[in-house]
Structure formats: C-alpha cells, structure tokens
Design a protein around this ligand. Sequence first.
Ligand SMILES: Cc1cc2nc3c(=O)[nH]c(=O)nc-3n(C[C@H](O)[C@H](O)[C@H](O)COP(=O)(O)O)c2cc1C
Length: 121
Amino acid sequence: MVDDYLKSVENTRGIAEKDLKGYSDFMKSKLMQLSDAEKEAWTANQVYLALGNVMTIAAELEIDTCPMEGFETEKYNEILSLNDKNLNASVVLAVGYRSNEDETQHYPKVRKSTKELFTHI
Ligand SMILES: Cc1cc2nc3c(=O)[nH]c(=O)nc-3n(C[C@H](O)[C@H](O)[C@H](O)COP(=O)(O)O)c2cc1C
C-alpha cells in the first residue's frame, strides 16, 4: 500500500524514488508496529474521513445520505463479495434523492446547540 502510494507520488510530482525512501521507511515502520486490531481501527477511521466528505458534497448537490452502523458486517462482506477482495465493510451510507411523499423531510432537524457541541480550550 505504501509502495503503491509513493509510486503515485513519484509519478505525480516527478520525485525520485530514493528521495522518498525516508518517508517510505517511516510510514512502513509505523504501520508495521500496529496490531491487527489497531490496523482495523485505523482503516475504519480512514473510511470515516472519506465518509464526512461524501456526505458534505452530496448535501451540496442536494442528494441525501444516511450513515449507518449496527449492521451485520459479515453479511455485507458476503453479499458484496468483499472477503474475496480482502475488504471489510466498516460503515454503510445510503445515498439518494428524497421522496416527495416522505413526511419526515418536513420535521425540524434535531441538533445540539453550538454551546453543547463545542468545548473552548
Ligand atoms: C438503519 C439506520 C441505522 C443508523 N445507524 C446509525 C448509527 O450507527 N450512528 C448514528 O449516529 N446514526 C445512525 N443512524 C441515524 C442516521 O445516521 C441519521 O443521523 C438520522 O437518520 C437523522 O438524520 P438527520 O438528523 O440529519 O435528519 C441510523 C439510521 C438508520 C435508518
């Protein structure tokens, strides 16, 4: 994964492989220290970074999304053949246009106040 990423950096930025070796060694040493559980948590967190962006951009395009956890991971992996690709479902995001008949779209949004949401330090 690191090699593929750095190959892309080399090609995109025209940087020589030897000049990225320090960065490569650093990333590999950090990643190799992680236990399987830590790697799983890290990759799931990476997915959540992308998830936030997808939801924001979809909202800009007036496309609704609904993030969901609590699903049967094994079933998703099986139905989508993720196991065969060495992948694992970490979150589900329903994406689509809302139905005019959906009454819930008219409900006021339930949101925490800024005071409740943020801590100033
Ligand atoms: C099947 C299902 C599973 C959901 N799972 C989660 C969850 O694990 N965590 C969470 O914060 N919200 C979960 N939600 C809630 C939605 O992500 C969303 O917060 C909710 O639909 C309200 O969105 P709104 O306040 O923007 O209208 C789930 C919703 C559904 C329908």
